[in-house]
Design a protein around this ligand. Structure first.
Ligand code: PLP
Length: 413
């Protein structure tokens, strides 16, 4: 079988719809300054689809810092991997400031959040070790677990009893192999918006020996009194042994980091393959991250505004009769019932007739018959944006319920 022939005939679960989706449902182009109102297909739309939680993407100080750093350093600098020739004072300064921000001894920067998670999991466990992880973990955790040569046990999403059961199994096995246990979960689950049960998991440390790894991609900057993450929010940050954050969301940048004990981070510096064998983060990104961190520390009002908008949106949706599930973070899923053609027609109506742009999640990501419209509030949305969206959603859900979006095939735009 020729590999090209195989992929010609099997385009993948999403790729099979590429022809009718590309440019509209998939790979849409949002243009203009990043914020709640962006251009899609030549027209301004109210945008709820970006993780620009604190509104930093288009903050004037951020834009200036990015521009100045690009002019001063260019994007080539530094050349090489950190260990060989790609280190700088700014990289180390950012690592130190991040460690203080999340309350850990040390930090290592990584070029992408996804890569950081995959590679750090790969680096920290060997074939004798056992991984225990949440069933609804992000792809980067699953892919890190896929690299693991030893055993893994998955527990039902946020189910502490099942988590304990899997820890019991893992403990038995680890005793046989002479390995250790790493438990991996998330601070905030990006699809449902529910926080990981970190406090309950940390409490299990009195019964079991394990190290806790938390992917807090959505929690850094949005949770905890200082934005220091979901562990701070739940009062159990010290119980998190390995803390992962990304720059791709609240920081409105690119890259990620892992914070932990000094000796663990030093081990990662000298052993994590994605950083040893790849060029380090360009200086403008590092200097840009320092500016964003400074703004986060000095302007708690951005996080307060994010939560004001979040509360208005979530309580307004609930009051209007919508099901937003179990979210206790800014991530706001709106659950509806309908087929995939109905979902696509609904999204077209929402975009073309109400000028609202948000992400849609359907089968196979969620069960057949379920539609999720996923809203990401930010500090730069307004109460008017919230009210307009809830009014519009009430209209489209009436249309959905009365069968107006039924169609035999996916509508093309
Ligand atoms: C929970 C979670 N972990 C990790 C990542 C990956 O981060 P990055 O975009 O920095 O690669 C994401 C981003 O999509 C995420 O939502």
């Amino acid at each position: 079988m020729d590999i090209f022939e195989k992929i010609k005939n099997n385009r993948g679960p999403i790729g099979q719809h590429a022809k009718e989706s590309h440019g509209y449902f998939t790979f849409p182009k949002l243009e203009g300054d990043i914020g709640p109102h962006m251009i899609f297909r030549g027209r301004k739309r109210l945008n709820w689809s970006l993780n620009n939680y604190l509104g930093l993407a288009n903050h004037p100080e951020v834009r200036k810092a990015d521009t100045d750093a690009a002019a001063e350093f260019g994007f080539a600098s530094p050349m090489g991997a950190r260990m060989m020739s790609g280190n700088s004072n700014y990289h180390e300064q950012l690592e130190n400031e991040l460690s203080a921000f999340v309350g850990k001894e040390d930090t290592i920067l990584c070029n992408f959040g996804y890569q950081a998670t995959v590679s750090s999991i790969d680096c920290l466990v060997d074939r004798r070790d056992v991984i225990v992880y949440d069933a609804e973990s992000h792809a980067c955790i699953l892919d890190g677990v896929r690299l693991h040569m030893g055993k893994r046990y998955v527990f039902k999403h946020n189910d502490i009893e099942d988590c304990e059961k899997q820890l019991e199994r893992a403990t038995k096995l680890a005793e046989e192999t002479g390995g250790g246990i790493m438990l991996i979960t998330e601070g905030v689950f990006g699809m449902r918006g529910d926080q990981g049960i970190l406090k309950e998991i940390v409490a299990l440390k009195s019964k079991f020996d394990f190290r806790l790894y938390v992917d807090d991609a959505h929690g850094i900057g949005t949770m905890g009194n200082n934005g220091g993450g979901t562990g701070v929010e739940q009062g159990c940050q010290d119980g998190i042994d390995i803390y992962f954050g990304t720059f791709a969301k609240s920081f409105a940048l690119i890259g990620g980091f892992i914070s932990s004990d000094e000796q663990v981070v030093e081990y990662l510096r000298y052993n994590m393959r994605s950083q040893i064998f790849a060029k380090s983060l360009p200086l403008p990104l590092v200097v840009g991250a320092l500016k964003r961190l400074e703004l986060m520390r000095n302007h708690p009002e951005y996080k307060e505004k994010l939560w004001e908008i979040t509360r208005a949106l979530q309580s307004g949706l609930v009051k209007a009769g919508f099901d937003i599930g179990v979210t206790n973070s800014p991530v706001t899923p709106v659950y509806m019932n309908g087929s995939i053609p109905e979902a696509t027609n609904l999204i077209i109506d929402l975009r073309e007739n109400y000028d609202i742009f948000c992400s849609m999640v359907v089968y196979p990501v969620v069960p057949k018959g379920m539609i999720i419209l996923r809203l990401i509030p930010t500090a730069v949305h307004t109460i008017e944006d919230v009210n307009y969206t809830i009014e519009s959603f009430s209209k489209i859900v009436d249309k959905l319920k009365s069968g107006q979006y039924m169609a035999d095939k996916i509508a093309s735009v």
